[in-house]
Write a protein that binds this ligand. Structure first.
Ligand code: SF4
Length: 311
């Protein structure tokens, strides 16, 4: 049975998720429910359920929101069309988009304005990709793999490449190599964020030493799903779970060293019962495996820097 637990560092919340959760938290503290949120504030079932219990209504279209209501845009960002729909309904918007996602929006908008075709490396249908693509829908094509690149028509226009922030570092490098081979003049921005990069490096480090890796994170969390893939890519069995209730104790049979990490939208408290359970099963050594130290913080939106005024 397990005797050693390797804890990936960094793991769990990134600066963009901390900011988005703080935004919604402050709005709920200041204003009467319901507060609307466009898309899940972050892709984590536990976080979303706890906000739902406090009076947040999560919507996927603006027409689900009453005129004039308060709405928070999620960390993944929204397209200009959504901003326009919100304006038309006079919604009171607070934007919790991660600043690193906003940067990709600005790059996309400018590239299209400058006459480029934009190739957006990312997963079609993901909230972030939909928002970024919406900056220049007629000029942006989403590619997810080398084979997608091989199928692209050539428009004759110059090519500008941006990426989703939460992709696999290795898979994206292969896709970008394929783009570069077809379009040697392409201007390339690799927008995979610091948090994604660090968490993938950390999970690889623990997976190389562990007999089993557990990744905590929801199935719709791109970065959590990528963490499991990176771990499994080392040859070590790896599972993604939303929490301890999804762990099958049979996974621990014949396993000496367990690796544990969490996606960027996962509260660390979801790991505590897993660690306690492993100690109860015989783990006596808990070792943090540190590959990077993160100090990044994002400031709150201006509206929320103001002091609370109680009537
Ligand atoms: Fe921002 Fe990266 Fe966190 Fe996404 S994973 S919210 S891009 S810091």
């Amino acid at each position: 049975m397990p005797h050693t637990l390797l804890l990936a560092e960094p793991r769990g919340f990134c600066a963009g998720v901390v900011r988005a959760i703080d935004v919604l938290d402050r709005v709920l503290d200041r204003e009467a429910a319901p507060i609307y949120a466009f898309h899940e504030i972050v892709h984590n079932r536990y976080v979303v359920d706890s906000f739902r219990q406090r009076g947040t209504i999560f919507v996927d279209t603006i027409d689900q929101v009453p005129d004039g209501a308060r709405i928070v845009f999620s960390a993944h960002g929204v397209s200009p069309a959504v901003v326009e729909q919100a304006r038309a309904k006079q919604l009171r918007v607070i934007d919790a988009t991660c600043p690193l996602v906003t940067k990709v929006h600005l790059e996309t908008r400018k590239a299209a304005k400058d006459g480029f075709d934009v190739l957006l490396v990312g997963h079609e249908g993901h909230d972030e990709v939909e928002g970024t693509k919406g900056e220049a829908p007629e000029r942006t094509r989403v590619v997810d793999s080398v084979s997608d690149v091989e199928r692209l028509d050539d428009t004759g226009r110059p090519v500008f490449v941006v990426t989703q922030t939460t992709l696999s570092v290795d898979d994206t490098a292969a896709t970008i190599d394929a783009i570069r081979a077809r379009h040697p003049q392409a201007q390339i921005r690799n927008d995979i964020c610091y948090a994604t990069t660090n968490r993938q490096a950390a999970v690889r480090a623990i997976a190389q030493r562990a007999d089993l890796v557990i990744v905590v994170g929801s199935s719709n969390s791109s970065n959590s799903v990528r963490l499991r893939e990176v771990a499994a890519g080392t040859g070590t069995p790896a599972y993604r779970v939303d929490g301890i209730e999804e762990i099958d104790p049979a996974w621990y049979e014949g396993v000496g060293v367990v690796g544990l990490t969490a996606g960027a939208s996962v509260p660390d408290e979801l790991l505590d019962p897993i660690i306690d359970d492993l100690r109860a099963r015989g783990v006596t050594r808990v070792e943090p495996v540190v590959v990077a130290t993160e100090t990044i913080e994002f400031r709150m939106p201006d509206e929320l820097e103001l002091p609370v005024i109680t009537p």
